[in-house]
Design a protein around this ligand. Structure first.
Ligand SMILES: [Zn+2]
Length: 263
Protein backbone atom coordinates (compact mmCIF):
# COMPACT_ATOMS: atom_id res chain seq x y z
CA UNK A 1 0.00 0.00 0.00
CA UNK A 2 1.42 3.35 -1.05
CA UNK A 3 2.04 5.87 1.68
CA UNK A 4 -0.63 8.55 1.17
CA UNK A 5 1.91 11.16 2.28
CA UNK A 6 4.06 10.40 -0.77
CA UNK A 7 1.73 10.50 -3.77
CA UNK A 8 2.37 8.29 -6.76
CA UNK A 9 2.98 10.10 -10.09
CA UNK A 10 -0.10 10.83 -12.21
CA UNK A 11 -0.68 8.40 -15.05
CA UNK A 12 0.77 10.07 -18.14
CA UNK A 13 0.52 7.56 -21.01
CA UNK A 14 -1.75 8.97 -23.70
CA UNK A 15 -3.31 7.11 -26.62
CA UNK A 16 -3.25 8.70 -30.09
CA UNK A 17 -6.76 7.34 -30.58
CA UNK A 18 -9.23 6.15 -27.98
CA UNK A 19 -12.82 4.96 -27.84
CA UNK A 20 -15.23 5.20 -24.94
CA UNK A 21 -17.82 2.41 -24.90
CA UNK A 22 -20.74 3.23 -22.59
CA UNK A 23 -24.08 1.63 -21.80
CA UNK A 24 -26.16 4.83 -21.53
CA UNK A 25 -26.07 8.45 -22.62
CA UNK A 26 -24.39 10.26 -19.66
CA UNK A 27 -22.22 7.29 -18.55
CA UNK A 28 -19.24 8.62 -20.50
CA UNK A 29 -19.74 12.02 -18.87
CA UNK A 30 -20.16 10.76 -15.31
CA UNK A 31 -17.25 8.42 -16.12
CA UNK A 32 -14.03 9.39 -17.92
CA UNK A 33 -15.07 12.73 -19.50
CA UNK A 34 -12.31 14.78 -17.88
CA UNK A 35 -9.62 12.30 -18.95
CA UNK A 36 -11.11 12.23 -22.45
CA UNK A 37 -11.11 16.04 -22.59
CA UNK A 38 -7.54 16.22 -21.34
CA UNK A 39 -6.30 13.67 -23.89
CA UNK A 40 -8.20 15.45 -26.69
CA UNK A 41 -6.69 18.79 -25.64
CA UNK A 42 -3.24 17.16 -25.88
CA UNK A 43 -3.91 15.94 -29.43
CA UNK A 44 -5.68 12.57 -29.12
CA UNK A 45 -8.72 11.68 -31.20
CA UNK A 46 -11.64 10.20 -29.29
CA UNK A 47 -14.83 8.43 -30.36
CA UNK A 48 -17.85 7.68 -28.20
CA UNK A 49 -20.00 4.57 -28.62
CA UNK A 50 -23.34 4.55 -26.76
CA UNK A 51 -24.79 1.06 -26.65
CA UNK A 52 -28.30 2.06 -25.58
CA UNK A 53 -30.02 5.41 -25.94
CA UNK A 54 -31.33 5.36 -22.38
CA UNK A 55 -34.94 4.69 -23.37
CA UNK A 56 -35.80 3.46 -19.84
CA UNK A 57 -34.22 6.42 -18.05
CA UNK A 58 -37.30 8.08 -16.57
CA UNK A 59 -39.47 7.80 -13.44
CA UNK A 60 -42.64 8.11 -15.53
CA UNK A 61 -44.12 4.75 -16.66
CA UNK A 62 -46.11 6.61 -19.33
CA UNK A 63 -43.00 8.17 -20.88
CA UNK A 64 -42.60 7.41 -24.59
CA UNK A 65 -39.39 5.37 -24.86
CA UNK A 66 -38.66 6.50 -28.40
CA UNK A 67 -39.10 10.17 -27.53
CA UNK A 68 -36.91 9.70 -24.45
CA UNK A 69 -34.22 7.97 -26.53
CA UNK A 70 -34.26 10.79 -29.08
CA UNK A 71 -33.97 13.39 -26.29
CA UNK A 72 -31.11 11.56 -24.63
CA UNK A 73 -29.22 11.11 -27.89
CA UNK A 74 -29.49 14.85 -28.45
CA UNK A 75 -28.26 15.53 -24.89
CA UNK A 76 -25.33 13.16 -25.46
CA UNK A 77 -24.43 14.84 -28.76
CA UNK A 78 -24.23 18.23 -27.04
CA UNK A 79 -22.14 16.76 -24.19
CA UNK A 80 -19.82 14.95 -26.62
CA UNK A 81 -19.16 18.21 -28.47
CA UNK A 82 -18.21 19.86 -25.15
CA UNK A 83 -15.72 17.07 -24.39
CA UNK A 84 -14.44 17.23 -27.98
CA UNK A 85 -15.04 13.76 -29.38
CA UNK A 86 -14.52 13.38 -33.13
CA UNK A 87 -17.85 11.57 -33.32
CA UNK A 88 -20.39 9.34 -31.67
CA UNK A 89 -22.18 6.11 -32.59
CA UNK A 90 -25.49 4.98 -31.12
CA UNK A 91 -26.02 1.22 -31.35
CA UNK A 92 -29.67 1.35 -30.18
CA UNK A 93 -29.60 -1.65 -27.85
CA UNK A 94 -32.44 -1.95 -25.30
CA UNK A 95 -31.95 0.01 -22.06
CA UNK A 96 -32.14 -2.30 -19.04
CA UNK A 97 -31.82 -5.38 -21.22
CA UNK A 98 -28.35 -4.98 -22.70
CA UNK A 99 -26.89 -8.39 -23.58
CA UNK A 100 -23.27 -9.15 -24.36
CA UNK A 101 -24.19 -11.38 -27.28
CA UNK A 102 -22.53 -12.11 -30.62
CA UNK A 103 -24.68 -9.59 -32.47
CA UNK A 104 -23.45 -6.80 -30.18
CA UNK A 105 -19.88 -8.07 -30.43
CA UNK A 106 -20.01 -7.80 -34.21
CA UNK A 107 -21.36 -4.24 -33.98
CA UNK A 108 -18.52 -3.31 -31.61
CA UNK A 109 -15.87 -4.98 -33.75
CA UNK A 110 -17.15 -2.87 -36.66
CA UNK A 111 -16.78 0.28 -34.53
CA UNK A 112 -13.31 -0.68 -33.31
CA UNK A 113 -11.99 -1.65 -36.74
CA UNK A 114 -13.41 1.54 -38.23
CA UNK A 115 -11.98 4.03 -35.70
CA UNK A 116 -8.93 1.87 -34.78
CA UNK A 117 -8.35 3.07 -31.19
CA UNK A 118 -5.17 2.30 -29.23
CA UNK A 119 -7.17 2.30 -25.99
CA UNK A 120 -10.74 1.56 -25.03
CA UNK A 121 -12.40 3.06 -21.96
CA UNK A 122 -15.31 1.08 -20.53
CA UNK A 123 -17.01 0.20 -17.27
CA UNK A 124 -15.25 -2.46 -15.19
CA UNK A 125 -17.34 -5.59 -15.90
CA UNK A 126 -16.20 -7.25 -12.67
CA UNK A 127 -18.03 -4.73 -10.50
CA UNK A 128 -21.27 -6.27 -9.22
CA UNK A 129 -21.42 -4.08 -6.12
CA UNK A 130 -19.82 -0.67 -5.60
CA UNK A 131 -17.87 -1.63 -2.51
CA UNK A 132 -20.63 -2.33 0.02
CA UNK A 133 -22.67 0.64 -1.12
CA UNK A 134 -24.83 -0.09 -4.11
CA UNK A 135 -25.46 -2.38 -7.06
CA UNK A 136 -23.83 -1.77 -10.41
CA UNK A 137 -26.47 -1.50 -13.17
CA UNK A 138 -26.79 -4.69 -15.22
CA UNK A 139 -26.18 -2.68 -18.43
CA UNK A 140 -22.89 -1.32 -17.04
CA UNK A 141 -21.70 -4.86 -16.38
CA UNK A 142 -22.84 -6.09 -19.81
CA UNK A 143 -21.32 -3.07 -21.56
CA UNK A 144 -17.97 -3.62 -19.85
CA UNK A 145 -17.93 -7.29 -20.75
CA UNK A 146 -18.96 -6.53 -24.34
CA UNK A 147 -16.12 -4.00 -24.64
CA UNK A 148 -13.61 -6.50 -23.28
CA UNK A 149 -14.75 -9.33 -25.54
CA UNK A 150 -14.87 -7.14 -28.65
CA UNK A 151 -11.39 -5.75 -27.92
CA UNK A 152 -9.84 -9.14 -27.39
CA UNK A 153 -9.67 -11.36 -29.27
CA UNK A 154 -12.44 -10.47 -31.74
CA UNK A 155 -11.18 -7.11 -33.09
CA UNK A 156 -7.69 -8.45 -33.74
CA UNK A 157 -8.72 -11.81 -35.18
CA UNK A 158 -9.49 -11.58 -38.93
CA UNK A 159 -11.39 -14.88 -38.65
CA UNK A 160 -13.83 -13.40 -36.15
CA UNK A 161 -16.78 -12.24 -38.30
CA UNK A 162 -14.61 -12.88 -41.41
CA UNK A 163 -17.01 -10.99 -43.69
CA UNK A 164 -15.86 -7.79 -41.96
CA UNK A 165 -12.20 -8.26 -42.96
CA UNK A 166 -13.29 -9.34 -46.45
CA UNK A 167 -15.27 -6.11 -46.72
CA UNK A 168 -12.19 -4.04 -45.83
CA UNK A 169 -12.46 -3.74 -42.03
CA UNK A 170 -9.02 -5.14 -41.26
CA UNK A 171 -8.21 -6.70 -37.90
CA UNK A 172 -7.04 -4.16 -35.33
CA UNK A 173 -5.11 -4.51 -32.06
CA UNK A 174 -6.56 -2.57 -29.13
CA UNK A 175 -3.53 -2.24 -26.86
CA UNK A 176 -5.05 -1.10 -23.57
CA UNK A 177 -8.28 -1.04 -21.62
CA UNK A 178 -9.03 1.71 -19.10
CA UNK A 179 -11.85 0.45 -16.90
CA UNK A 180 -13.78 3.13 -15.03
CA UNK A 181 -16.05 2.86 -11.95
CA UNK A 182 -13.76 0.08 -10.78
CA UNK A 183 -13.42 -1.17 -7.22
CA UNK A 184 -9.74 -1.81 -7.99
CA UNK A 185 -8.27 1.25 -9.70
CA UNK A 186 -4.57 1.05 -10.54
CA UNK A 187 -3.88 4.40 -12.22
CA UNK A 188 -5.05 7.98 -11.66
CA UNK A 189 -5.11 10.69 -14.32
CA UNK A 190 -4.67 14.33 -13.27
CA UNK A 191 -7.77 16.10 -14.60
CA UNK A 192 -7.42 19.38 -12.69
CA UNK A 193 -7.45 21.29 -15.99
CA UNK A 194 -10.57 19.64 -17.42
CA UNK A 195 -12.86 18.86 -14.47
CA UNK A 196 -14.89 21.98 -15.36
CA UNK A 197 -15.54 20.57 -18.86
CA UNK A 198 -16.81 17.36 -17.27
CA UNK A 199 -19.33 19.33 -15.19
CA UNK A 200 -20.32 21.34 -18.27
CA UNK A 201 -20.82 18.11 -20.27
CA UNK A 202 -22.97 16.69 -17.48
CA UNK A 203 -25.14 19.82 -17.54
CA UNK A 204 -26.01 18.86 -21.12
CA UNK A 205 -28.05 15.94 -19.71
CA UNK A 206 -30.87 17.87 -17.97
CA UNK A 207 -33.25 14.88 -18.24
CA UNK A 208 -30.92 12.93 -15.91
CA UNK A 209 -29.65 15.54 -13.45
CA UNK A 210 -31.99 15.86 -10.49
CA UNK A 211 -30.02 18.45 -8.53
CA UNK A 212 -28.18 20.65 -11.01
CA UNK A 213 -27.33 23.14 -8.25
CA UNK A 214 -25.29 20.49 -6.43
CA UNK A 215 -23.67 18.98 -9.54
CA UNK A 216 -20.48 21.04 -9.53
CA UNK A 217 -19.76 20.40 -5.85
CA UNK A 218 -20.59 16.70 -6.16
CA UNK A 219 -18.33 16.11 -9.16
CA UNK A 220 -15.45 18.17 -7.75
CA UNK A 221 -15.52 16.34 -4.43
CA UNK A 222 -15.58 12.97 -6.23
CA UNK A 223 -12.65 14.10 -8.41
CA UNK A 224 -10.78 15.41 -5.35
CA UNK A 225 -11.07 11.95 -3.79
CA UNK A 226 -9.70 10.33 -6.95
CA UNK A 227 -6.93 12.93 -7.21
CA UNK A 228 -5.61 12.26 -3.71
CA UNK A 229 -3.38 9.27 -4.59
CA UNK A 230 -1.47 11.47 -7.06
CA UNK A 231 -1.61 14.68 -5.03
CA UNK A 232 -3.82 16.39 -7.64
CA UNK A 233 -6.80 18.68 -7.05
CA UNK A 234 -8.87 16.47 -9.36
CA UNK A 235 -8.32 12.99 -10.71
CA UNK A 236 -10.04 10.13 -12.49
CA UNK A 237 -9.24 6.55 -11.52
CA UNK A 238 -9.00 3.56 -13.81
CA UNK A 239 -8.15 -0.10 -13.64
CA UNK A 240 -5.61 -0.34 -16.46
CA UNK A 241 -5.33 -3.54 -18.46
CA UNK A 242 -2.33 -3.58 -20.80
CA UNK A 243 -2.97 -6.09 -23.59
CA UNK A 244 0.07 -5.21 -25.71
CA UNK A 245 3.03 -3.41 -24.14
CA UNK A 246 4.34 -0.50 -26.18
CA UNK A 247 7.32 -1.59 -28.26
CA UNK A 248 9.51 0.99 -26.52
CA UNK A 249 8.42 -0.36 -23.13
CA UNK A 250 8.74 -4.05 -23.91
CA UNK A 251 10.51 -4.94 -27.15
CA UNK A 252 9.27 -8.22 -28.56
CA UNK A 253 5.73 -7.96 -27.22
CA UNK A 254 2.90 -10.04 -28.68
CA UNK A 255 3.58 -11.05 -32.27
CA UNK A 256 0.99 -11.99 -34.84
CA UNK A 257 1.95 -15.64 -34.39
CA UNK A 258 1.28 -15.42 -30.65
CA UNK A 259 -2.02 -13.72 -31.30
CA UNK A 260 -3.07 -16.48 -33.69
CA UNK A 261 -2.05 -19.10 -31.14
CA UNK A 262 -4.24 -17.40 -28.51
CA UNK A 263 -7.36 -17.39 -30.60
ZN1 LIG B 1 -25.57 4.15 -16.95
Amino acid sequence: MADPATPQPPHDWRPDRFMVIAAHPDDADFGPAATAASWIDAGSAGWLVCLTSGDAGSDDPDADPLALAALREEEQRVAAAIVGYAGISFLHQPDGALANDLALRELLVREIRTFRPDAILATDPEVLFHGDGGINHTDHRAAGMAAVDASYPAARNPMAFPWLARAGLAAHNVRRLYLFWSNNPTVHVDVSATIGRKVEALRAHPSQIRHPDKLDERMRSWAAEEGKPIGAAAGEAFRLIVIDEDTDEAPGSATDAEVAADS
